[in-house]
Design a protein. Sequence first.
Length: 149
Amino acid sequence: MVRISEYLDPDYIQFLEASSRDDVITALVDKMSDLNVISDSKSLFDAIIEREKIVTTGIGMGVAIPHAKLPGYDSFFIALGILKTGVEWNALDGSPVRLVFLIAGPDDKQTEYLQILSALTQAVKHDDLRKTLLTTKTPEEAYKLFKGF
């Protein structure tokens, strides 16, 4: 079983003030580029937007899980954006999104990819986790909440 904490890092967590879905995705992708986790931010951004055109990644409960698989990646990562105010994401339940988990990684590891998506989806179903994440003040504090997942 995969553990979210293996793919997330305190450096990958940001507290954001954004006014749109694309602004959130840009901020998360740019952060991963700044940390040298990815080398081509435009390709990742474009792949995520193309994925959003197929079906929204706003899963409800104030959560979105944009994701993409691309050639040239060695491993998966999860970047987390915690938003001060919700943004429109065309979520399945119509609610604004305040927690964004961006997943990206290699295009040839479908099983691991699905396991990460499943683990994350199961974790965010916990009301306490979502509510507590929204009250955290530091990336380290937010990261610690995933130690059990």
